[in-house]
Design a protein around this ligand. Structure first.
Ligand SMILES: Cc1cc2nc3c(=O)[nH]c(=O)nc-3n(C[C@H](O)[C@H](O)[C@H](O)COP(=O)(O)OP(=O)(O)OC[C@H]3O[C@@H](n4cnc5c(N)ncnc54)[C@H](O)[C@@H]3O)c2cc1C
Length: 297
């Protein structure tokens, strides 16, 4: 049955002909087993001399029914869009990644709901004999006091050695149990329940550029756990190689990268040169005072 509709081949006005990945993938390795790999990007075929983020401009210029302009003009428009949070044009770039990461890191990454994920299945395959053990020479942190969520100071050499030794012993024990269960014929889906969150998993992760920046903003922040930051930093570095202009806009305008915003109340206090306004209290006052410090007031 045919629809009767005619599909025409029309010329591409932007002349997209260059494979920006040149038939390759871009990878950053993280520790002994981890990695982040850019598998694909859309658009992958770009006009000569352009980066994939030309698609941001191409989408934005449909508003004014205009074509791409010279690069300098297009970059100015991109920075304008970023500054004013005209977000949808940034969704016209899609990044697909392959990540190998420990489950405790994956649990944080999976919270970012705008990404699509397809993970290796411990029901189908035997999970790899790969576990995260913090590196020696600063990888083990003691519980923080100021930052109640995170680890702060590096453990002493002895404490670090103890932690690594006991962790490795526990992991080795559970791995042996897992393999023993499989050998005995227990199902993979149940045998895996003895494995720790240090177990590595692998998944395909795809998101548009705006939501990838949102993810990077939250997970490159110093408040994020170091082990998830390593993954965000790796993704950032790959994107920086591929799309330096939009990454520069992210660096210049995103709060998590150093841009500073003031609430209406903070601005009122700032205008009155008031460092201790009664209408700000607790954490909000501390945050305001930290902002003052940053601008040298
Ligand atoms: C340092 C840090 C500590 C954290 N600590 C904890 C913790 O202790 N416990 C915990 O459970 N989580 C914790 N989180 C996770 C956090 O609460 C968020 O779930 C996570 O950062 C994802 O953020 P997001 O929702 O903005 O991102 P995404 O899920 O990627 O969503 C992107 C944006 O899309 C929009 N959006 C997506 N889904 C919806 C929806 N259903 N409805 C409306 N808008 C939507 C929102 O604008 C959102 O900001 C922590 C995160 C960080 C960075």
């Amino acid at each position: 049955v045919t629809s009767g509709l005619t599909v025409k081949i029309v010329p591409d006005p932007d002349g997209c002909s260059v494979d920006v990945l040149k038939g390759s993938r871009l990878r950053v390795e993280i520790g002994e087993h981890g990695f982040v790999e850019l598998v694909d990007i859309s658009p992958r075929l770009c006009p000569p001399g352009r980066d994939p983020d030309f698609a941001v401009i191409r989408a934005a210029r449909t508003s004014t029914d205009t074509a791409l302009k010279d690069e300098a003009d297009d970059h100015k428009l991109m920075r304008y869009l970023f500054r004013h949070r005209h977000t949808t044009p940034f969704e016209f770039v899609q990044c697909s990644w392959l990540m190998q990461l420990p489950i405790f890191v994956a649990r944080q990454v999976v919270r970012h709901r705008t990404a699509s994920i397809n993970e290796m299945s411990g029901r189908y395959v035997e999970l790899p004999n790969m576990f995260f053990v913090p590196e020696s020479g600063g990888g083990v942190r003691m519980q923080g006091t100021a930052n109640r969520q995170g680890g702060e100071q590096a453990a002493s050499m002895q404490d670090e050695e103890d932690f690594r030794f006991l962790t490795t012993a526990s992991i080795t024990g559970t791995r042996q149990m897992y393999e023993g269960f499989l050998k005995k014929g227990y199902s993979r889906e149940l045998s895996r329940i003895v494995l720790p969150v240090a177990q590595f998993t692998r998944w395909a992760w795809t998101a548009d550029l705006w939501n990838t920046f949102h993810f990077l903003g939250l997970r490159m922040d110093p408040h994020a756990q170091k082990e998830v930051r390593d993954y965000a930093d790796a993704m950032y570095e790959i994107l920086r190689c591929l799309m330096p202009q939009s990454v520069a806009a992210f660096d210049d305008y995103h709060a998590a990268r150093g841009a500073l915003t003031f609430s209406r109340l903070e601005l009122e206090a700032l205008t009155n040169n008031d460092h201790d306004p009664a209408y700000l209290s607790g954490r909000e006052l501390k945050e305001y005072q930290a902002k003052l410090k940053r601008i040298g007031r």
